[in-house]
Design a binder for this molecule. Structure first.
Ligand SMILES: CC(C)(COP(=O)(O)OP(=O)(O)OC[C@H]1O[C@@H](n2cnc3c(N)ncnc32)[C@H](O)[C@@H]1OP(=O)(O)O)[C@@H](O)C(=O)NCCC(=O)NCCS
Length: 175
């Protein structure tokens, strides 16, 4: 388990599937993500039973607070390229709305980034985020990510187009 000041990151258990399924269908969670068609709870429970084990190349970690072992969100690190020392921070979500805005995402980001740099020996992390996803951009910026590129009007939601930012973080820049 990876521990920060406020959160712990751990592998998902089958018992987490119901919460993951609820968040999957929560428009607030999915607003700035690529949508996917609805799936049934039974399908998600089956997925939870057969989840591939985490590897350095691709890991999905649950986020829980230090004082309560209940899942509040998840973070995904993937596409690891050890030759160049780079991976992609694919997403982070605080699915439980009562815990949003409480600093848990920022702490979880610090924990996963520190793990990537110190334990996996990576040199840099990359991520993509919709420019108007203010909470995410703010959380990424707080831990040291900087804008490295912009795909203009590349994300469409509810009939509107938004820019997509590429952000990067070097191991020496983690705050
Ligand atoms: C992005 C997300 C994980 C951030 O979680 P969070 O709980 O708000 O994060 P934190 O509490 O650590 O806050 C991070 C910063 O963002 C700010 N923030 C939070 N909500 C905000 C909003 N709607 N607008 C602007 N800033 C916001 C916080 O105030 C904080 O900055 P501060 O410390 O300077 O005050 C959460 O909003 C979420 O789950 N969103 C849906 C999923 C998603 O879009 N993930 C990103 C995909 S790339």
């Amino acid at each position: 388990m990876l521990t920060g000041k406020r959160v712990r990151l751990r592998a998902l258990e089958p018992a987490d599937s119901e919460a993951m399924w609820r968040w999957y269908h929560d428009p607030e969670v999915g607003r700035w993500m690529d949508g996917a068609p609805p799936i049934s709870l039974a399908q998600n429970l089956e997925k939870g039973q057969n989840r591939p084990r985490n590897t350095f190349e691709q890991m999905l970690l649950g986020i829980e607070t230090l004082d309560d072992p209940t899942l509040i969100g998840y973070v995904v690190l993937g596409d690891t390229d050890f030759r160049h020392g780079e991976a992609t921070l694919e997403t982070i979500a605080i699915g439980d709305r009562d815990h949003r805005g409480g600093g848990y995402a920022t702490d979880a980001l610090r924990v996963i980034c520190r793990y990537a740099f110190e334990e996996m020996g990576l040199h840099r992390l990359t991520l993509w985020v919709v420019a108007d996803n203010a909470a995410a951009v703010r959380a990424y910026t707080k831990v040291g990510f900087v804008e490295e590129g912009r795909r203009r009007e590349a994300f469409r939601t509810k009939g509107k187009r938004h820019d997509f930012l590429m952000m990067g973080l070097l191991s020496s820049e983690l705050k």
